[in-house]
Design a protein around this ligand. Structure first.
Ligand SMILES: [Zn+2]
Length: 211
């Protein structure tokens, strides 16, 4: 059954993300659209130790249908799904290098990172910064809604990335590409850098228009 497969996939992905240090403690949450609602990791859960049977199942108004209480950040996921009907999965992490980018001064808030590699252009493209909101402030949901129609990848200021994808695998590939590019960007601080040229960038976008 589709939902059972998604439950297994969320737990397997959570374990992989946690074991590679892409989020820590009980931070980060993973969701997936299923035939009659959506699944989300529960509040306070550690992504390395998820139980498929206890994932939160919600409806499209955010109401809990079954399972444990959902992550307190469920509104982030709901805003992404509501604005992006084609998204089948959303991942939010407190990934160290991406968080570092979210607190760095002097970056363009409409396009935080330069096109260092073609894969970054294909999987992320343009990454905007969503202004800071305190934990639990529902103003963040409205802010995310404002960006989500135009962007599948967002960086929350002083917090972390939120990335949607057609599937769990696509969302994971994109958020991992973002974290790797953030790390690369930080490694290159103070060095002379040669990002893709405008012509190389246009060529990648022509070959992979979905990017
Ligand atoms: Zn968070």
């Amino acid at each position: 059954m589709e939902e059972d497969r998604l439950r297994e996939e969320i737990c397997e992905l959570g374990r992989s993300i946690f074991e590679r240090g892409l989020t820590h403690g009980s931070t980060g949450n993973i969701s997936a659209r299923c035939p009659d609602g959506w699944l989300l990791t529960p509040t306070g859960s550690n992504l390395g130790r998820l139980d498929p049977a206890r994932l939160s199942k919600l409806d499209w108004s955010g109401r809990l249908l079954a399972g444990d209480q959902p992550s307190k950040e469920s509104f982030l996921h709901l805003a992404m799904y509501q604005e992006r009907q084609r998204n089948g999965a959303v991942i939010h992490l407190h990934a160290t290098h991406s968080v570092a980018i979210s607190v760095l001064e002097g970056l363009d808030p409409n396009d935080l990172l330069p096109p260092l590699t073609a894969y970054y252009v294909m999987r992320i493209g343009r990454l905007p910064l969503v202004p800071y909101y305190a934990p639990g402030d529902l103003g963040l949901a409205e802010a995310v809604r404002g960006y989500a129609g135009r962007h599948h990848a967002l960086l929350l200021a002083n917090h972390g990335p939120v990335v949607g994808g057609s599937s769990l695998a696509a969302a994971a590939d994109a958020i991992e590409e973002l974290e790797a590019t953030a790390k690369l960007y930080l490694l290159l601080q103070g060095q002379r850098v040669r990002p893709l040229t405008p012509a190389q960038l246009a060529d990648v976008k022509r070959r992979y228009p979905e990017g």
